[in-house]
Design a protein around this ligand. Structure first.
Ligand SMILES: [Fe+2]
Length: 308
């Protein structure tokens, strides 16, 4: 695969100061210039001020300039323009429906240091003897390892999916029937999820943590005294298999802690499935609240769109 990483995204929000404080608390490092870094992935979130919340840019790492040329050719077949900058090693294009700018950039591959496996006791299996579980002994703030995926609602689901899949070259991992496309540009099950929506909006970003205990510890800390941040969790998704917990930032955009996502090696065949009903959303956990698929501000976002 030529594409190898979802490198970063730029999120426009009307309340950048408040939102920045949220992502510091979420465990990202504030670099002081609008950028926020994860532990392994570096600078991966760029917060800027915008009239309403919107996904402004995604950056995707590729191996070399041939990959940029292939993407430009595929986009050309779709009738989508792309601007190459050979000196910068980039190809810049834009999804016509969502107006999200996507920059493919020649970038070294992310080599994550392997986190040691968490010892769990089970029937006839003692991995942890004579000590309490790491999940209750850990102290300090949860620190996301890397950006996993970004989810965008599109008013033209087919066109936006075609842009990312057929134009940019992301691979399809699974679909939610007529309503969702899980696409990958790395060995993660999904890095971009396109959702059918009545208005273009950023649904969520998702951040990898070490294990399920880190999801629980992170959510617990974020919810202390701030129950309004709760969106949905704890649960395990069917598509991608990951454990999840969703929280809401002050702009109304969701942020997810995840662990244990399905991995698809580049040389391995993975047959996408089409999920319907609950399996499109989750394998187990509390039922998703209606505001998960239709966030509370969608009507206001649609009104804003129509008044412009
Ligand atoms: Fe997610």
């Amino acid at each position: 695969m030529a594409l190898h990483q979802l490198t970063s995204f730029t999120l426009g929000v009307p309340n950048a100061g408040e939102t920045a404080a949220y992502y510091r608390e979420f465990g990202l490092t504030d670099e002081g210039d609008g950028w926020f870094a994860s532990r392994d992935g570096g600078r991966q979130l760029h917060l800027v001020t915008a009239p309403t919340r919107r996904l402004i840019e995604l950056r995707i790492g590729v191996d070399n300039s041939d990959d940029l040329a292939r993407a430009a050719s595929r986009l050309g077949v779709l009738g989508v323009e792309a601007a190459a900058d050979p000196a910068a090693g980039t190809l810049t294009t834009c999804d016509q429906t969502t107006r999200v700018q996507v920059v493919l950039q020649v970038t070294p591959r992310l080599e994550q240091p392997a986190a040691g496996s968490t010892p769990y006791n089970g029937p006839g299996r003692t991995e942890r003897a004579g000590t309490r579980a790491p999940g209750i002994l850990r102290a300090g703030q949860v620190s996301p390892r890397k950006l996993g995926h970004v989810v965008i609602g599109s008013t033209d689901f087919d066109a936006t999916t075609a842009f990312f899949r057929d134009g940019l070259g992301l691979q399809a991992s699974d679909y939610i029937k007529d309503a969702g496309a899980f696409l990958r540009c790395s060995t993660d099950h999904h890095n971009v999820l396109v959702l059918r929506a009545p208005v273009v909006f950023p649904h969520h970003s998702s951040w990898q943590v070490d294990d399920i205990d880190e999801i629980g510890r992170g959510a617990h800390a974020m919810l202390a005294g701030r129950p309004e941040r709760h969106v949905w969790g704890l649960g395990r998704h069917h598509a991608g298999s990951n454990f999840f917990y969703y929280l809401k930032d002050p702009s109304g955009t969701f942020s997810e802690y995840y662990s244990d996502m399905d991995c698809v090696p580049e040389d391995q065949v993975w047959t996408p499935e089409i999920f319907e009903g609950a399996r499109g959303l989750f394998a187990w956990g509390p039922p998703p609240p209606p505001s998960f698929l239709h966030p509370d501000d969608l009507t206001a976002l649609m009104a804003g769109l129509h008044s412009r």
